[in-house]
Design a protein around this ligand. Structure first.
Ligand SMILES: [Zn+2]
Length: 439
């Protein structure tokens, strides 16, 4: 057993509990306790590491990401539909190696902005999982399954998705999930099959739901109902379902969503850019808890949960109808609720005894964070990735003194952009960019 002590000016155990001048004591991969510095023995003090003028906080969880989908950064704001023209335009050229390299590129962005866990949905999930292990981030990861339209469809993908769950279920860093793409791209039979499989192996389902008007039109035409009602009719919505977006809806959908107890994910930047945010106000009125995620480029060009927390407040409160949310509520969602739901309550996202040691340190002796009247409010309203100094996952160092520990950052950026160039050449994307398709 290895014990480590980290001294900090402030330690946020959870949104309501803040310790001053204390040590976070970590034993192997778990939190042992938080103890006042003045109560430490001479020997403990000798063996402790002082992180300096920082706040130690639970790390952030991104409840909906596709970290490898950064290839189309900066594109998709013009007339082309981001999902159908931009993302699906490059995806046929992906392979194991490119997804590994692009995942690392996206993960750097996530880690540098204080994210310790991602809930990721993508093709070649094995490569995303290997990238998580290389860099050290916690990954709730699912292999995307599509039965129609996608770059890869057919039985092999379903087999791969299930094999992925079996291959990674014992990992302490990668937690497999089942990831059907969406209601209009997966047949009812396969949606039910994957739902039953997820129940059998006790992992969550991560799905896009009521994401686009195209999905709504397709489901209306084929099943004469909305995507949310279609999913409910199939019996695949319950507390183990993480449902990204839930924003293209019709009357009665939000009530069905609330009654199902699934976990709708608000992606504030993506939703704001599309002009159609998830109706967080009505969900809150219905006493439905919701999570926060970044989604990916083509809708949100970074994986920065610090930005996303602020955007969540701005968008929710702009449409508030009286349901204003506060920075503390958003902090609680991003640290505690997101990981509790995506881990099916196995993890609590606090720094209480017995929890996994997933924490970050945020520098406070700077103009961005001072004056520091309220620590949690400042983390949400002021902190940027520049202030994230250290990131630990499972008690292990991932970022120390602003440097990534496990990978060569320069090499990842070089290989990532090189991969994107190759994909763009292969798909003819480079010509479409030059001709102004995505301006
Ligand atoms: Zn998505």
């Amino acid at each position: 057993m290895v014990q480590r002590l980290y001294l900090a000016k402030y330690i946020v155990e959870d949104v309501n509990t803040i310790h001053h001048d204390s040590a976070l004591i970590v034993e192997d991969q778990n939190i042992k306790k938080i103890q006042k510095k003045s109560e430490l023995s001479f020997e403990q003090l000798q063996n402790s590491e002082d992180l300096g003028d920082v706040v130690i906080s639970p790390g952030l969880t991104n409840a909906h990401s596709h970290v490898a989908l950064n290839s189309v950064k900066g594109l998709g704001y013009g007339t082309a539909s981001a999902l159908y023209d931009v993302m699906w335009g490059v995806e046929p050229a992906l392979d194991e190696d490119s997804v590994y390299k692009l995942s690392l590129l996206g993960m750097i962005d996530a880690i540098r902005s204080g994210t310790t866990s991602i809930n990721d949905h993508y093709f070649f999930a094995d490569s995303v999982a290997k990238a998580a292990c290389s860099i050290g981030i916690r990954g709730f990861i699912g292999h995307t399954v599509m039965t129609e339209y996608g770059p890869w469809t057919g039985k092999t993908e379903i087999t791969k998705a299930k094999e992925f769950v079996q291959n990674w279920k014992e990992s302490s860093l990668v937690h497999p999930v089942v990831a059907p793409h969406e209601t209009s791209t997966v047949s009812p039979e396969i949606l039910i099959d994957l739902y039953e499989y997820a129940q059998e192996v006790n992992v969550p389902i991560h799905i896009h739901l009521a994401q686009t008007q195209k999905e709504m039109n397709y489901i209306k035409e084929k099943f004469e109902t909305s995507p949310i009602k279609h999913a409910a009719n199939l019996g695949i919505l319950d507390k183990n379902v993480i449902a990204a977006h839930c924003k293209v809806i019709e009357e009665g959908d939000l009530e069905i969503l609330s009654a199902s107890n699934c976990f709708p994910i608000f992606c504030p930047t993506t939703h704001g850019l599309s002009g159609k945010p998830m109706d967080t106000n009505s969900l809150t009125k219905n006493e439905t808890k919701w999570g926060i995620g970044t989604d990916c480029s083509g809708g949100n060009d970074d994986y920065d949960m610090l930005e996303e927390m602020r955007a969540a407040i701005l968008i929710n409160n702009t449409h508030s109808q009286g349901n204003l949310i506060t920075p503390k509520e958003v902090f609680d969602i991003s640290t505690r609720l997101n990981i509790s739901r995506v881990s099916l309550n196995a993890m609590k996202g606090t720094l209480a005894e017995g929890q996994t040691a997933d924490f970050i340190s945020i520098e406070i002796n700077n103009s961005r964070m001072q004056p520091l009247h309220d620590i949690v409010n400042n983390i949400v309203m002021c902190a940027s990735s520049n202030e994230i100094k250290d990131v630990f996952v499972n008690g292990k160092e991932v970022l120390r003194n602003n440097q990534l520990v496990n990978i060569d950052e320069e090499k990842i950026i070089f290989e990532g952009t090189e991969t994107i160039d190759k994909i763009f050449k292969e798909t003819g994307f480079i010509k479409r960019i030059q001709s102004g398709d995505f301006n």
